[in-house]
Write a protein that binds this ligand. Structure first.
Ligand code: RET
Length: 266
């Protein structure tokens, strides 16, 4: 299928295309809002949290533009044994695979973790571990979606991705939760931690249930599931975090952190 045909396929499925356009609109509004909210932030650590958080809707608008245009979507023939092997939605067969999502998660989710790690007062080792495990999770998730030779190997990739995810969850739930107590940011950190853990768990669940997994959910429903989770995990998350940072800039500037003080030396 050519890119134009994929573009037309997406546009002709109103439910599917709405799930993408709505995120382009919300990401655009979030970018404007966050730039405005951050206009007077002066502390370097607070500024770093702002920049990392602002990257989330910027990556998102790029991601969804890639999907809606058909650039980062393919129709892939599923391996033998897959529920949709030999079938599929494309005119020439194949299963709708929005692989651009998984690719761009490798850029957006580390920004979420950097913002959370800074808020928790993480040291560099934990921040590094969380970020590389997260990138590993996204790239092996991409590999799962793109593997068409063997059903078993699709799920092996999926399992590897889950192993990386466990590392991220451990740092969020155990390490950073403790660090945030020491840093004096436990309240806001715990709220964002719960929001993050609950929502992020939804992604592998919907991947498994969607067309690329066991295919009990249709592609438009799966796309809405991701888009809905994205709205909360990205824009609402970012808004809550940034609103807190603006109102508590002093706390951020003075907090105990394993990364040292970002604002003053000595
Ligand atoms: C995949 C499939 C393989 C197993 C696992 C996954 C986890 C994905 C997650 C994605 C989070 C994305 C977010 C995006 C917002 O920008 C790749 C679906 C574990 C946790 C928060």
């Amino acid at each position: 299928m050519t890119q134009t045909e994929i573009f037309q396929f997406i546009q002709s499925n109103t439910l599917l295309s709405a799930s993408l356009w709505v995120n382009i609109a919300l990401a655009g509004l979030s970018i404007l809002l966050f730039v405005y909210m951050g206009r007077n932030v002066e502390d370097p650590r607070a500024q770093l949290i702002f920049v990392a958080t602002l990257m989330v809707p910027l990556v998102s608008i790029s991601s969804y533009t890639g999907l809606v245009s058909g650039l980062t979507v393919s129709f892939l023939e599923m391996p033998a044994g897959h529920a949709l092997a030999g079938a599929g939605a494309g005119p020439e067969g194949g299963v709708f695979t929005p692989w651009g999502r998984y690719l761009t998660w490798a850029f957006s989710t580390p920004m979420i973790l950097v913002a959370l790690g800074l808020l928790a007062g993480s040291n560099l080792s934990k921040l590094f571990t969380a970020v590389v495990a997260d990138v590993g999770m996204c790239i092996t998730g991409l590999a799962a979606a793109l593997t068409t030779s063997s059903l078993l190997l699709r799920w092996v990739w999926y399992a590897i991705s889950c192993a990386f995810f466990v590392v991220v969850l451990y740092i969020l739930l155990a390490e950073w939760a403790k660090d945030a107590e020491v840093a004096g940011t436990a309240d806001i950190f715990n709220t964002l931690k719960v929001l993050t853990v609950v929502l992020w768990l939804g992604y592998p669940i919907f991947w498994a249930l969607g067309a690329e997994g066991i295919a009990v959910l249709d592609i438009a429903i799966t796309s809405w599931a991701y888009s809905g989770m994205d709205i909360v995990a990205k824009y609402l998350f970012a808004f809550l975090l940034l609103r807190w940072v603006v109102n508590n800039e002093r706390t951020v500037a003075d907090m105990a952190s394993g990364l040292g003080s970002a604002s003053r030396s000595g």
